[in-house]
Design a protein around this ligand. Structure first.
Ligand code: WT7
Length: 664
């Protein structure tokens, strides 16, 4: 396990003695209220998942629950359904469900400047139907790819659901990614239409998304139309200029004005693609993770209901951006399939002041709050005075996702946000898994700070060692040993990479997620971080190779090696070791320029925290860069074995340089 990143101190973890049983009363009213749910699911996982699937609305029943030809799974074979119907139609027509939710709030939204909107299920239903007709009019049909590059506004959810309604495949690209990242993703999946906004607010500044789309489209030739949401439509003047290219670009509101009210949903096969979402891997090229309709909807529906114990009157706030899988599964599809009320916020947590989140929780009576450890650590640093002023008594359940949560952050979350009375669900999963995989169930699981506890019922997770032997207690790799409904189906356009990345470590039947984990004597999982060359910066996955390619793309750079270093708030931060081309001097202004270059190439989230210039990089005799040594240098650790190095002096020099930088 030499490569395992250690975001928290293992001995601290294993010494953790604190236990938090479900609060009194919680169990009685919880959906999952008895330990027997685990055994019941394990007895016959297919029957268990079929029970969940049957809570969705299907136009044709499936013939077979699972067809498993490792590593290719088909779930609910022959079944037909539509994701938007499951999120909308069945809630607005009483005949389709137990009762009508047509006047219930589906999305409560607040923009960063404080503007607000409430969309009932009926409003959302109408918006989605109309926009589905808009897409059809722009010649988008079943199977076509649509890119969504938007701020956190309700139209982002409408765009996804409308795409799903007509059977198009959405490819959401996080609005913080650069124009170049956007065009790469557009080209890889041959996108025909882009949906964007003129701008979105972030820390009081307008972020010009449409401008980035214009730049991106200079290096793509597959996009025929662009639909542009006017962020301030009906709310006064826009703070920025927005170019509209005749014949290609269209204002959203104009198209919607002319759209018909009802769009017949496309009948989708359970295995028809619902979306592609790109995520970083160990090469420079992001992977287009493919999710299909029936299994994905079943997974997100089930986990939303049981993990968050979602009830009719809950107001659920998942702080993730729609550009990440968490936004797909727990802002849109999971909660809306449950008929829940979702709260959505556009901007930054510290704008205009560091109490924005707490004011929002108080104002909207949020009952379930789901965020990332990196945010929690920032809140800790800002101090409790920001929290204490707000009334957080509406909260009843808290969630964490994206990276390991250290026990201090867990305790702070528990005491200061949950006021000691809200259960915390630390949920482990991935873009690839589609839905939550390892998590407490708030009504029945006794939690331990820092542990994601147990596999969700119906999910088979084990700790395996390198050889694939089961580790009952101790460290190893997390493995998923049986297929599950919301699993990825492939990597878009690269089946071989799908097989190689996920299903080759221990054979074709066992999924390799790439995380290090420890299992304690109670069988609880303690996630330790990635074991591959993937970093987790503020809960976002970034590949070391991606950043390295961005650096060597700069005219002054000869070679680059990137590693992650433990960071107090972000969990990990990016450190780059760079050798410059002959005759180029490593100045402070070049460091700034290179940081900026990476941000322009990939996006601000990939900007290195620090860059160290070096005449050489440590390499093995066969020429491989030894990242482990660089990590040790960045962490200030005693250096490991350097005997395999071609030139041990390189490391010593690097370390001296790094230390002088730290001291400066
Ligand atoms: C990677 C997946 C899944 C939503 C957001 C990230 C890390 C995620 C946890 C957790 C420890 C976690 C893993 C995983 N991760 N949740 N609760 N505890 N680590 O999705 O970008 O696909 O990243 O995030 O390392 O492999 P993603």
């Amino acid at each position: 396990m030499g490569k395992t990143a250690e975001p928290q101190n293992i001995s601290v973890l294993l010494d953790e003695k604190r236990r938090f049983p479900p609060p009194k009363g919680f169990q009685k009213s919880a959906w999952a209220n008895d330990q027997s749910v685990y055994a019941e699911a394990a007895k016959d996982p297919e029957a268990y998942w079929a029970r969940w699937a049957s809570e969705l609305t299907w136009t044709k029943p499936w013939k077979k629950v699972l067809e498993w030809k490792p590593p290719f799974a088909k779930w609910f074979v022959g079944g037909k359904l539509n994701a938007s119907v499951n999120c909308l139609d069945r809630h607005v027509y009483a005949s389709e469900s137990d009762y009508s939710r047509r006047n219930k709030a589906a999305i409560i939204w607040e923009g960063e400047p404080g503007d607000t909107r409430v969309m009932t299920y009926w409003d959302l239903y109408r918006g989605v139907n109309k926009f589905a007709n808009v897409l059809r009019k722009l010649k988008i049909k079943k199977g076509d790819r649509v890119a969504i590059y938007m701020p956190m506004v309700p139209e982002a959810a409408i765009a996804c659901l409308a795409s799903a309604r007509i059977g198009a495949v959405h490819n959401v690209v996080f609005g913080g990614f650069s124009a170049e990242s956007l065009s790469d993703r557009i080209n890889d999946s041959k996108v025909k239409l882009v949906i964007t906004a003129d701008f979105g607010w972030r820390r009081g500044k307008p972020i010009a998304l449409k401008q980035a789309v214009d730049d991106a489209l200079k290096s793509t030739d597959c996009v025929e139309n662009v639909v542009v949401v006017e962020r301030n439509h009906g709310r006064g003047e826009s703070p920025i200029q927005c170019h509209i290219e005749e014949g290609r670009d269209h204002w959203w509101h104009r198209l919607m004005d002319d759209a018909e009210a009802y769009a017949e949903p496309e009948e989708m096969d359970a295995e028809d693609m619902l979306f592609i979402l790109y995520t970083s891997g160990t090469t420079g090229k992001p992977k287009g993770i493919v999710h299909t309709t029936g299994g994905y909807m079943t997974g997100v529906y089930a986990t939303t209901k049981w993990v968050f114990d979602m009830k009719e009157d809950d107001v659920f706030w998942c702080t993730a951006d729609i550009g990440w899988v968490t936004g797909h599964s727990y802002v849109i599809y999971g909660p809306l399939a449950n008929g829940s009320t979702v709260f959505m916020y556009e901007g930054a947590p510290d704008w205009p002041e560091k109490n924005r989140f707490w004011k929002l929780i108080e104002k909207y009576g949020i009952t379930i709050f789901y965020t990332a450890p990196t945010a929690i650590r920032a809140f800790m640093k800002w101090g409790t005075e920001w929290v204490d002023k707000a009334d957080l008594s509406s909260l009843r359940l808290l969630g964490s996702v994206g990276e390991p949560i250290n026990s201090e952050a867990w305790m702070w979350y528990h005491n200061h946000i949950g006021k000691g009375k809200c259960p915390i669900v630390d949920t482990w999963w991935q873009t690839e898994t589609g839905a939550i995989m390892v998590t407490p169930l708030a009504g029945i699981t006794t939690t331990k700070p820092g542990s994601a506890t147990r596999a969700f019922p119906g999910i088979s997770a084990e700790v395996l060692n390198e050889k694939g032997e089961v580790v009952k207690e101790g460290g190893g790799y997390i493995a998923i040993t049986k297929p599950w409904p919301s699993m990825l189906r492939t990597i878009y356009g690269d089946e071989q990479r799908y097989i190689d990345t996920y299903w080759s470590k221990w054979g074709k039947g066992t999924y390799f997620p790439g995380d290090g984990v420890r299992r304690d004597k109670d069988g609880y999982f303690w996630f330790m971080g990635r074991v591959d060359d993937v970093m987790n910066v503020a809960g976002h996955r970034i590949g070391t190779m991606e950043v390295e390619s961005a650096l060597v793309d700069h005219k002054s750079v000869a070679e680059a090696a990137v590693v992650a270093k433990t960071h107090e708030i972000k969990g990990q931060a990016i450190y780059a070791f760079v050798t410059l081309k002959h005759g180029i001097e490593g100045t402070a202004s070049l460091i700034d320029e290179l940081k900026k270059h990476v941000a322009t190439k990939i996006g601000a989230i990939a900007r290195p925290e620090d860059i160290v210039f070096s005449a050489d990089l440590p390499k093995t005799r066969s020429g491989k860069i030894m990242r482990r040594l660089l990590r040790d240098i960045a962490e200030g650790k005693a250096l490991g074995d350097t005997t395999t190095l071609a030139d041990p002096a390189v490391v010593e020099n690097l370390r001296k340089q790094y230390e002088s930088l730290e001291g400066s």
